[in-house]
Design a protein around this ligand. Structure first.
Ligand code: ZN
Length: 391
């Protein structure tokens, strides 16, 4: 029998179980406690009713919430794109740049360099409260480079995504059909054993709807489950395709027709919004309010990548979503925890209820609302992952 620990004297506890506490979607419990046994939550509720445990930790009247579930990142890459970002934000032209720059640097990196970068960004994310993350390939674009990125990623997370269809590999730029054949053939065979998910960048200049359908369908046949970069830069078929294929998530969702919003609202495909990308490119924000009012499930994630969103901070994304995307603080916190879990089709994370993993963040604040109220302030004071204090 593993020992039990109670974290008590929690001013406000987000459980994401509406049957607890105030009855809201956050299931907010005041003056609360969480009991951990092994790597799982054993009990949550009011402090005064907590069962006896072996150990006791005093949260000092702070807020506790589930660890963030960052369901969309690109952390296997070489180099960086500081100059490109600087030029863009300074209004200066920059001829090179783009995903191809990172592809060249990633191919040139050693396995150890890729893994060192991944480890660094994961530690950075953990310090900011992220206890689960998804990450993707997509900067190798050869069979060998894509499969090695996935092997490295799989040493650090179960949520690994094959994104061979990020862009057409530069050497096949004149023959996209040949690249789609590679991605759905030899590359998929080599990558499928190391991944849970398959993803496509469905966008003008990347892959059209028919190509995306062919790639995701091939992935499904190999046991991978689809998710899609959809409707980021322009209107397009990505969201409808995501719903058609029962993708776990349609990611970005910045340019949506009413039919796209309806399709998401009437499906179990989550709309994952990635405001770091709009922030870092000065682009139009996705309209979270419209999706929520229609009844769609919304997740918030970082899209951490060296080109268009080089942030690992979920709290920053929460602040942006509240300030600029029409979300309430409660909705944004739900979307960054339970919403992320839904986007990964997981029910053992993103909530603090019996049976879930004991993944949680303690804030140096009395309420989860402070994540939006105090933007840019490092409020995450402690992080517990799998029942162990990690930060
Ligand atoms: Zn992305």
């Amino acid at each position: 029998m593993s020992s039990s620990t109670v974290i008590t004297n929690i001013a406000a506890l987000v459980t994401n179980d509406p049957s607890l506490g105030d009855g809201s979607p956050l299931g907010l419990v005041r003056d609360a406690a969480v009991v951990i046994e092994g790597d799982r939550v054993a009990w949550t509720g009011e402090s005064s009713k907590a069962p006896a445990t072996d150990n006791r930790v005093d949260a000092g009247g702070r807020a506790v919430l589930p660890g963030f579930v960052d369901s969309h990142s690109h952390l296997l890459f070489g180099g960086d794109r500081t100059e490109e970002f600087n030029a863009r934000m300074s209004g200066r032209p920059y001829s090179a740049g783009g995903i191809r720059t990172t592809v060249a640097a990633t191919r040139a990196a050693t396995d150890a360099e890729l893994e060192a970068g991944l480890t660094r960004y994961l530690a950075e994310a953990l310090r900011q409260g992220t206890t689960t993350f998804e990450t993707k390939s997509g900067y190798g674009l050869t069979t060998a480079d894509e499969s090695r990125a996935l092997r490295v990623a799989a040493r650090h997370t179960d949520e690994v995504t094959f994104l061979g269809a990020h862009i057409v590999a530069p050497e096949l730029a004149d023959d996209p059909a040949a690249y789609v054949a590679l991605v759905t053939g030899e590359m998929l065979d080599a990558c499928a054993p190391h991944a849970r998910w398959i993803d496509v960048f469905c966008e003008k200049g990347a892959f059209d709807g028919d190509q995306a359908r062919a790639i995701l369908t091939a992935g499904k046949a190999k046991g991978l489950h689809p998710r899609i970069h959809a409707n980021q830069l322009s209107y397009g078929p990505g969201v409808q395709l995501a719903v058609e294929l029962d993708a776990a998530s349609a990611d970005h969702c910045t340019h949506l027709t009413d039919a796209d919003v309806d399709a998401l609202a009437n499906s179990r495909t989550v709309a994952t919004l990635l405001p770091g990308a709009e922030f870092s490119t000065r682009a139009q924000w996705p309209d979270a309010r419209r999706l929520l009012d229609a009844g769609a499930t919304v997740a918030l994630s970082t899209d951490c990548n060296p080109g268009s969103s080089f942030t690992s901070s979920v709290p920053f994304c929460i602040a942006l979503a509240v300030r600029d995307m029409g979300m309430t603080p409660d909705e944004a916190v739900w979307s960054a925890t339970a919403g992320g879990a839904a986007a990964l089709r997981r029910d053992d994370i993103g909530r603090l209820t019996p049976g879930a993993y004991a993944d949680l963040a303690v804030l140096d604040a009395p309420s989860h609302v402070h994540l939006a109220y105090r933007p840019g302030v490092p409020l995450v004071r402690e992080v517990w992952r799998r029942g162990v204090r990690a930060v």
